[in-house]
Design a protein around this ligand. Structure first.
Ligand code: G3H
Ligand code: 13P
Ligand code: ZN
Length: 311
């Protein structure tokens, strides 16, 4: 089976009241951990690559690894560019075989965002590729995504119909209180998402797939292991999983998870190194790290996204 687009996945997810997991990938162990979990749970899957990941691993390596995962699992898998920041980057990924791209024009004005997004949509649709746009800004700090708390700006529901109509995007990422990275809420602050905004967006865009970025729950059991074995991640806090589950039953059809995978991998490696100071073969610590990724993804597919058995 070749790579698929997200069109059919999102249609079924919307109707079925679940969401597809979009997991960030950077290397072989991460791809294997995710896809083995999805295979065992028979779940549809989106693997996504950031500009930073593409620079780190090279386009061709990630492409071939994902092709290998499709051959190995037989699952419907979409390969998606995460946070594309220019027409040229989106074009390179489309020409290079991706089945979906995100153009993130959220840092621009409404009109500039529309113009850039439409340019990408025109190019992508001519080649059968789907496009995710973004309206509203997420708080948080990530390599390629820097928006301070003060600049955080929830999506204005009054703008979504015009944005979708004028750009032709296939899905829309919105800002309702999630943020990238492992520090999503201030210490002592009660995690909250603006479900009222999501409801209003859903009302204005019937049957249209919505995307939630910054959706790691920063699983406390892994934070604890990291901190126990020499790491320093005090106050790491994510989005409570019951909120993600609720969003998945609504218009949210794609839930982006990266930090939880980073955390699970780092926790495993820290623990392994501390318990086996004599080990120096990377396979000795990458194997359990890959197992941790698999366990986290299984948990998300079954208990959070609700997409197990839907491939
Ligand atoms: O939203 C961003 C993703 O977590 C990717 O992060 O740019 O460090 O690869 P990255
Ligand atoms: P997290 O940092 O919460 O995993 O979000 C990832 C993301 O939104 C990738 O686009
Ligand atoms: Zn994101």
């Amino acid at each position: 089976m070749p790579l698929v687009t997200t069109t059919e996945m999102f249609r079924k997810a919307y109707e079925g009241g679940y969401a597809i997991g979009a997991f960030n990938v950077n290397n072989m162990e991460i791809i294997q951990g995710i896809t083995e979990a999805a295979k065992e749970e028979n779940a549809p899957l989106i693997l996504q690559v950031s500009a930073g990941a593409r620079k780190y691993a090279k386009h061709v390596y990630l492409m071939k690894l994902v092709e290998a995962a499709i051959e190995d699992t037989g699952l419907p898998i979409a390969l998606h560019l995460d946070h594309g920041d220019s027409f040229e980057l989106c074009r390179d990924c489309i020409d290079g075989g991706f089945s979906s791209v995100m153009i993130d024009g959220s840092k621009y004005s409404f009109e500039e965002n529309i113009a850039l997004t439409k340019q990408v949509v025109d190019y992508a649709h001519a080649k059968g590729i789907v496009v995710e746009g973004e309206l509203g800004k997420l708080a948080g700090i990530e390599d390629a995504v820097n928006v301070s708390d003060a600049d955080a700006q929830f999506t204005n529901p009054a703008e979504v119909e015009e944005f979708v109509a004028r750009t032709g995007v296939d899905s829309l990422a919105i800002a309702i209180g999630t943020s990238h990275g492992a520090y999503k809420f201030k210490p002592g602050q009660k995690p909250q998402l603006r479900f009222d905004i999501l409801e209003e967006v859903q009302r204005r865009l019937p049957n249209f797939p919505i995307v939630l970025h910054g959706a790691s729950s920063v699983m406390p059991e892994y934070v604890e292991i990291v901190n126990k074995f020499g790491g320093q991640m005090p106050n790491a806090i994510g989005v409570p999983e019951d909120m993600l589950r609720k969003a998945a039953t609504m218009a949210v059809c794609k839930i982006n998870i990266d930090s939880d995978l980073r955390l699970a991998m780092t926790a495993s490696i820290r623990q392994h190194m501390a318990e086996h100071p004599d080990h120096f073969d990377p396979r000795q610590y990458l194997k359990p790290a890959r197992e941790n990724i698999k366990a986290v993804v299984k948990h998300k597919l079954v208990n959070v996204l609700g997409c197990a058995g839907k491939a």
